[in-house]
Design a protein around this ligand. Structure first.
Ligand code: PMP
Length: 371
């Protein structure tokens, strides 16, 4: 374990050591099969049990009712950017979907959806995402096919604490929860579709989880959807129309089990609050040495971008030094996304409060030495 570094990457992200060790013990022989899970048929009884247990765990964690399907798909969250408009843009006579663009990822989703029909941008386009315009300025469609938003913008570090209250109750809400899924409790029944890529909070890339209202899927009559993006096909086949991402599903199974042992979403939420408070306190107590420009109520608990300033000016040289000294201190993947620069700290479920404390201690020492 001494070779392991503390990985603050935005995803694929660090997993809990005990989960990795558990996978390690089963690596050559899963449960007496004499094979690794990745070597087993997806139609085998062994894998069937794995996928059913995985679904059962996530249904328990989120209290997902039977009226929702849980799909284990490929193509990442990005594939859902296409699948959602293809399947649902024409759900209502308006044939228009509302998109709330609050950063890089919702912008990408809206851009993709525009290929397939009418998209209404709820707030004006901007190049700087540091807050969300007040709800009473939003331009909403009357009876849209759905309302789309991203619960946590991984690059810009903007997070919604809850569903925007202005969305009318009968509008199907579609939410990209890729980066904050399982970091706090939420009521699945308020959503039509929630999707999340696995590589941040529940394991390995190659798997995207889609939780979707069955009645919506059934309403879709569009016959020209590519089969791999057709939710109806996946639902009818229990995510086994073709070979599902078996190994990432197995890892998700381990992660969901681990999440339950940590006290479920309540436990994860407590960790999340603790970790993000440590980092934001360090930033806010730095007298402008570290700066996070996101409006406080939208500050993300999971992705925290910040800049390092000297005399009020962003200092890229000092940021490079921060990154190289962090690496020497065994802390990796802290470089900000190229779209915003600076530093980014990602605090997914696999990151512990103790490890986060090591980072904030490092930040305080770095500031003392360089300001
Ligand atoms: N949405 C969000 C919020 C993300 O953070 C990401 C990946 N970083 C994506 C979508 C795209 O996910 P994927 O690469 O799995 O397609």
């Amino acid at each position: 374990t001494s070779v392991r570094k503390i990985n603050f990457g935005a995803g694929p992200a660090q997993l809990p050591l005990e989960v990795l060790e558990n996978i390690h013990t089963e690596f050559l022989d899963y449960n007496g099969t004499g094979a690794n899970v990745m070597e087993l048929s997806h139609r085998s009884t062994t894998f069937d049990k794995i996928i059913l247990d995985t679904e059962r765990y996530i249904r328990e964690i989120l209290t997902i009712p039977d009226s929702y399907a849980v799909l284990f798909l490929q193509g990442g969250a990005t594939a859902q950017f296409s699948a959602i408009p293809m399947n649902f843009l024409n759900l209502k006579p308006s044939a228009t979907a509302d998109y709330l663009v609050t950063g890089y990822w919702s912008e990408k989703a809206a851009k993709e959806a525009e290929k397939f029909g009418n998209i209404n941008l709820v707030v004006p386009k901007t190049s700087k995402y540091q807050s969300v315009p007040a709800e009473d300025t939003w331009k909403l469609t009357k009876d849209p096919s759905y309302f789309y938003y991203c619960a946590n913008e991984t690059i810009h570090g903007i997070e919604f604490e809850d569903i925007p209250s202005i969305i009318p109750k009968d509008v199907p809400i579609v939410c990209d929860m890729s980066s904050n899924f399982l970091t706090r409790p939420f009521d699945i029944t308020k959503f039509a579709i929630v999707f999340a890529s696995a590589q941040k909070n529940f394991g390995a890339s190659g798997l995207v989880l889609v939780i979707i209202r069955k009645d919506l899927v059934e309403q879709n009559t569009n016959k020209s959807i590519p089969i791999i993006l057709d939710y109806k096909i996946h639902m009818a086949n229990g995510s086994m129309y073709n070979t599902p991402p078996t190994f990432p599903i197995y890892v998700a199974n381990k992660m969901f089990d681990w999440t339950k042992q940590q006290g479920g979403l309540k436990g994860m939420n407590q960790h999340s609050e603790k970790k993000s408070s440590l980092v934001y306190e360090t930033i806010d107590e730095s007298n402008g040495f570290y700066v996070n420009s996101i409006e406080k109520k939208y500050r993300s608990r999971v992705n925290i971008p910040f800049r390092i300033l000297t005399n009020g000016v962003e200092n890229e040289k000092l940021e490079s030094l921060f990154l190289s000294e962090a690496i020497k201190a065994n802390m990796i993947e802290l470089k900000g996304h190229r779209a915003v620069g600076g530093i980014r700290v990602s605090l997914y479920n696999g990151m512990t409060p103790e490890e986060t404390k090591k980072l904030t201690n490092f930040m305080r020492t770095f500031q003392t030495n360089h300001s």
